[in-house]
Ligand binder design. Structure first.
Ligand code: CDP
Ligand code: CDP
Length: 251
């Protein structure tokens, strides 16, 4: 479908991308695609197979995993509106297994930027991401990551670059992981992971973390989630009404 509306949300670790993207997608009836979850899933699979990340001879194995793994998403809406967050949750499947919780562990976080820097892995993920974005039964997609506005969906009509100061991002991620009680979380460790990952993501050669020239920067240190979601919805509605007016002129 050529009329699919695309929203790209990029930014450093824990800047609020996926929470923002989920709310925007929910409000607009669009599909949310979490590109970071895909790199995390490949990393999880490599860890389970005891692949030695820094060893050059193991590289082909990781690339092979990226080329042969099946990754897909499903969305669930919590029933009954328990609590105040009834936004849909994304379930991530790796070869038909629900890995939504397993891909968020610190062990995966510590290794994912290495996997994501491999050009062949990025090539495989990019092909999947474009395929998801162009599937036919949806009106629009919201995709978040590091290179969505620059490399994956350069034609996105709305591009957002989310930022927040590092300490705030680390504290939010700490609170988020603590609630899940999947493992012991230490604030300093999370801060260090975020700093290391941001550095690696900024410095890699292929599709580094960059603000697209036509992206709008929104700082979540000072803006609330609802303000940010509101701004993105407004930008989307403006783009849509411009498009309608243009097609009226042309016909
Ligand atoms: O949620 P958080 O921001 O901590 O990370 P994520 O979005 O799940 O992404 C995990 C890692 O995947 C990042 O640190 C990047 O190394 C990589 N990634 C990427 O290279 N390109 C993307 N489009 C998305 C994620
Ligand atoms: O996807 P990304 O890693 O960029 O961040 P996230 O997982 O959406 O957000 C990390 C944490 O920050 C979550 O617990 C969000 O609820 C919280 N958050 C926030 O407090 N204020 C915002 N404006 C955005 C996110």
């Amino acid at each position: 479908k050529s009329s699919i509306f695309k929203i790209a949300i990029d930014g450093p670790a824990a800047s609020g991308k996926s929470t923002t993207a989920r709310h925007v997608a929910h409000r607009l009836g669009f599909t949310y695609i979490d590109s970071g979850a895909m790199y995390r899933a490949i990393t999880l699979k490599a860890l389970r197979r005891n692949i030695q990340f820094e060893s050059p001879s193991e590289m082909p194995h990781i690339i092979n995993l990226a080329n042969t793994s099946k990754i897909h998403f499903a969305t669930t809406t919590p029933i009954g509106g328990s609590g105040n967050d009834n936004t849909p949750q994304t379930i991530v499947y790796l070869d038909d297994e629900d890995v939504s919780a397993d891909i968020r562990t610190m062990n995966v976080s510590r290794n994912v930027s290495f996997v994501a820097a491999l050009p062949e892995v990025r090539k495989a993920m990019l092909a999947k991401q474009r395929r998801y974005a162009n599937s036919t039964d949806i009106d629009g997609v919201v995709m978040d990551g590091r290179d969505i506005g620059t490399a994956v969906l350069p034609d996105a009509q709305v591009k957002i670059f989310l930022t927040a100061i590092t300490n705030v991002r680390a504290m939010r991620r700490y609170e988020q992981l603590k609630k899940k009680e999947k493992e012991l979380v230490v604030y300093e460790e999370i801060l260090r992971d975020i700093e290391k990952r941001d550095k690696a993501d900024l410095e890699r050669k292929v599709s580094p973390l960059r603000k697209a020239i036509d992206a709008v920067v929104l700082d979540t240190t000072t803006l609330s989630l609802s303000e940010i979601v509101g701004k993105i919805i407004e930008m989307t509605n403006n783009m849509k009404s411009d498009a309608v007016q243009l097609s009226g002129i042309n016909s």
